[in-house]
Design a protein around this ligand. Sequence first.
Ligand code: GLN
Length: 194
Amino acid sequence: MKVGVLALQGAVAEHIRSIESAGAEGVVVKHPEQLDELEGLIIPGGESTTIGKLMRKYGFIEAIRYFAEKGKPIFGTCAGLIVMAKEIEGGEEAHLELMNIRVSRNAFGRQRESFETDLDVKGLEKPLRAVFIRAPLITEVGKDVEVLSTYKDEIVTARQGHLLVSSFHPELTDDYSLHGYFLEMIKTNKAVVN
Ligand code: GLN
């Protein structure tokens, strides 16, 4: 099973390692044509404005929307979550507009720029070690979105059919269980096409 990691900017190598540790083949994605050979895609953390600009420049917006329309699973982490959202707070233009969520960027503020915690995530057997780095929060969820975890009552993991997002970086620890969960989504591939 081939799973791509969008390699425009951000934490690519770490996701490839996690995909391979969870039992699939990781593919570094630099061109939209590569999406054809993939069964799932991860959009990594980094800087969402930069990733959004590069996605537009290299033709990834339409290509990833088409990928999602076909029911293929996508997992966005941190900045990847932001670019998948239908709405970004503060009037900033949304990017892929795939998921019925509203997000607030850098929601933890300067006091808590980065931190780690153990999170209970619905669908995972054990608490997950979650690394938050200038993380966004999901401030509203719409139709068909299931909340999978919260941190201090704020939503940090959610799923909408074949779309999965986390505010934190699951690729920065040796716990591959959320990548394993994503691989299971690909295997069952129960698409809820918007
Ligand atoms: N704060 C970043 C943004 O708004 C995301 C941070 C991250 O991906 N670690 O794009």
